[in-house]
Design a protein around this ligand. Structure first.
Ligand code: THU
Length: 133
């Protein structure tokens, strides 16, 4: 499945009445499954969720845990980039080599890796050796 097509289709269903900024995301897992997500806003603004979070939730609900690639798509001249919170959320299921693709409605514009997107990322390895009493 084409990540751009999946993310674009998810974006069509974005619920963004407050920002007017529709975002779609698609994840490919290391075993080849694909999951889409869109942003879902809320009248109580902080309760809104990003497209990446939706795709991660769909992936986790299916029992998948390892992200090989994620694509994010939005409109506008400036290329969309995952917010700080989503970088950390994606990091949980990513390797340093996980590919992050940023796309406009016209297609892919930029790509990077998890290691470059969130340098010095905090992970479960930081929890080792500091267990609860
Ligand atoms: N948003 C995403 O869904 N993903 C991103 O990577 C950036 C921002 C959403 C959150 C909010 O619904 C809207 O875009 C405006 O910030």
């Amino acid at each position: 499945m084409n990540l751009f097509e999946v993310a674009l289709a998810a974006r069509e269903n974005a619920y963004a009445p407050y920002s007017g900024f529709k975002v779609g995301a698609a994840i490919r897992t290391r075993d080849g499954q694909v999951f889409g997500g869109c942003n879902v806003e809320n009248a109580a603004y902080p309760q809104g969720t990003c497209a990446e979070a939706g795709a991660i939730a769909a992936m986790a609900a299916a029992g998948a845990r390892e992200i090989a690639e994620v694509l994010v798509v939005a409109g506008g001249d400036m290329t969309v980039t995952p917010c700080g919170g989503c970088r950390q959320k994606l990091s949980e299921f990513s390797g340093d080599d996980t590919v992050i693709v940023m796309a406009g409605l016209d297609g892919e514009r930029e790509r990077t890796t998890m290691a470059d997107l969130l340098p010095g990322r905090f992970s479960v390895t930081h929890l080792d050796g500091e267990k609860h009493d």
